[in-house]
Design a protein around this ligand. Sequence first.
Ligand code: PLP
Length: 392
Amino acid sequence: MRLAGRMRRLGTESAFAVLARARELEAQGRDIIHLEIGEPDFDTPPHIVEAGCRALREGHTHYTPAAGIPELREAIAEEVSRSRGVPVHPSQVVVTPGGKPVMFFAILVLVEPGDEVLLPNPAFPIYESMVNFVGGRPVFVPLRQENGFRFDPEEFGERLGPKTRLVILNSPANPTGGVLTPEDTRALAEILRERPDVYVLSDEIYSRLVYPEASFASIASEPGLGPDGRTIILDGFSKTYAMTGWRLGYGVMPRRLAGEFAKLQVNSSSCANAAAQRAGLAALEGPQEPVEEMVREFGARRDMIVAGLNELPGVECRTPHGAFYAFPRVTGTGRSAGELARLLLEEAGVACLSGDGFGRYGEGHLRFSYANSRENISRALERVAKTLAGAA
Ligand code: PLP
């Protein structure tokens, strides 16, 4: 079959491949503990589910405007304005099926073949895949365990070149759990002020999943870098409200770009799911306690998995301050991360990801999603310990 050449440049997410293999093993009767997939294990809070069901019963079963229903765009504008401390008009909001399309649209709208895109490494693999797909050139800013996986402003500045068109930031970060501090965003903004031609895609999908010792800081809060200038904020409902399967996210951006995003949406999905948009409205307007409870529980699991991993010989794990991933370095075990991930899945029944799936600076690490019960995390830690001891 003759496929368009661009398909050769498109990558994927290893999480989906590992999940598929884990399911195959389960179908053979194996007991697998899932620490590979990046989604909350909680159900969507009942009042949100009810709002979605009600929307269907009330006949919200039709196309909506491409950029989303006005009520939801207003609620998002209010929420983002409050949380980032910047004015946002509903016309700057585009509601999308999950947060992912915001990434894809930003890259499609802004990046021409040969343009450079600065992005962290290790990072969510879809950034690199999409940049390659459109013929752009990814330029990596390494995130290292030694300095807490921080986006070093100096290294960032050195890589910002005349061809740089777009910068991608992700805080809290997948796969490291690193969180940009207000000092970090201030330093980055200072550098970016020198380059008014460069756009910023700030992936803030984990913005609400920050642990008490840290706080969330957005580049969009920095003067001159708000969504009325050249920053596109990506956020959504998937992680915050345990709504990954509903497919509901949004971008907040300069009005001129919002029109282009809506055009891409008309050309692809038409709009986000109508009932899901009503459910999203209920999520924003309803009680926020379920989110707080989820973060508290993730915090307890984090402490447990980080302590457990650090007890293992050859494993060093930093404490992540956000999201729900532990990203330990396993080079001291004498095995490569890829080999270890394979062994853990095939022999010990623990599904996790090898860090190289997130870029070359992720080599030597494993990513464990701790969006699973404490009991399963504890069982998984026992199995990892046994595998490392060579007794799996
Ligand atoms: N951005 C990052 C960093 C992610 O880890 C994910 C999902 O894993 C997304 C965006 C996509 O979120 P959504 O499911 O809303 O498309």
